[in-house]
Write a protein that binds this ligand. Structure first.
Ligand code: ADP
Length: 320
């Protein structure tokens, strides 16, 4: 049994990270284990910005987006010297294990740290992109998808009133999951994702034909990895001759009070992470498979690429 652990959030923030940290902290305290909070991602580990947490330190945060511990991207941690310094700072405080909540990059860093130092590490997937291999869910993806749908409902009203085409750009540099689920649930006619090639000429021809048949408006969702709305919108306008507007949600998608699903799932994952690390397990990521919490090998999680569910891609086309 470990007696002292640390928890941190890293990389891009996502709604529900707070719920995860709260669950890790309170589960560990419940087991009589000390918990340190590391501020500002790997920066905090290197700059000794960490504090021992009590239950009240994680009070009043489950409803908040972002991460009260702060998060960052840390270049120094990508060097072996940086990681050794971070490890030493943990050991100096008697910290015997670490829980990292973050995306693909943060988990990759965690994997390297554990390989180099032998420090027990458990990861939790925290990213709105839902792109961590081995898990059907990542903390924050549900809230982000709901934020996009909310925007789509509003865009639909104005698109319909003016008979416009609206191109909405959403986050997802390498993963089209957000665009796909938001597009399906928001009723988009076209969804462009980085995982699937598309022919803009052909799309424009189809749009024209649909308008000629009486279609009032068209919504297109574009994952940023598939293209920029500011590039695609003007091409559509020119080729179709239809009034076309663009919208980009940007960082609005990262924020907001976490949904019920993100709060409950993050809490469940946080509990599993705390119990696992305390009992001496290491090099695993907890995620979900068919609605159940599962453990995934940390190195497999970062060395494999999650693919977009082909059934979702097919469904999007059928329903468009
Ligand atoms: P995310 O976790 O959201 O994918 P990043 O990819 O920016 O965000 O990663 C967050 C941080 O994790 C980086 O700033 C860096 O400190 C660390 N990291 C990412 N990749 C590696 C790597 N290959 N080796 C060591 N550390 C890494």
């Amino acid at each position: 049994m470990l007696k002292s652990i640390a928890v941190m959030t890293s990389g891009g923030d996502s709604p529900g990270m707070n719920a995860a940290v709260r669950a890790v902290t309170r589960t560990a305290l419940h087991q009589g284990v000390k918990v340190w909070g590391i501020r500002g991602g790997y920066h905090g580990m290197l700059d000794e910005d960490m504090f021992e947490m009590q239950s009240k330190d994680v009070g009043d945060i489950i409803q908040r987006g972002g991460t009260f511990l702060g998060t960052a991207r840390c270049r120094r941690f990508t060097t072996p010297e940086g990681r050794m310094l971070g490890y030493k700072n943990l050991v100096d405080r008697g910290i015997q294990g670490l829980v990292v909540v973050g995306g693909d990059g943060s988990l990759r860093g965690a994997s390297t740290l554990s390989q180099e130092t032998g420090l027990p590490i458990v990861g939790l997937p925290g990213t709105i992109d839902n792109d961590v291999w081995g898990s059907e869910y990542t903390i924050g993806c549900d809230t982000a998808a709901n934020t996009i749908i909310d925007a789509m409902n509003k865009l639909r009203d104005t698109a319909s009133a003016h008979r416009r085409i609206i191109v909405l750009e959403v986050m997802g540099r390498n993963s089209g999951w957000l665009a796909m689920v938001a597009g399906i649930s928001g009723g988009a006619e076209y969804i462009l994702v980085p995982e699937e090639p598309f022919d803009l000429e052909e799309i424009c021809e189809n749009m024209k034909a649909e308008y000629e048949k009486g279609k009032r408006y068209i919504l297109m969702v574009v994952a940023e990895g598939a293209g920029k709305a500011s590039d695609i919108g003007p091409i559509i306008a020119e080729k179709t001759g239809i009034d076309t507007r663009i919208s980009k949600l940007g960082h609005i998608q990262r924020g907001g009070s976490p949904s019920v699903i993100d709060r409950v799932n993050a809490s469940r994952l946080g509990e599993h992470a705390a119990l696992a690390i305390i009992s001496g397990l290491s090099d695993i990521v907890f995620g979900f498979n068919r609605g159940h919490v599962v453990s995934i090998n940390l190195h497999d999680a970062v060395n494999n690429k999650k693919t977009l569910d082909p059934q979702l891609m097919r469904l999007a086309k059928v329903l468009a």
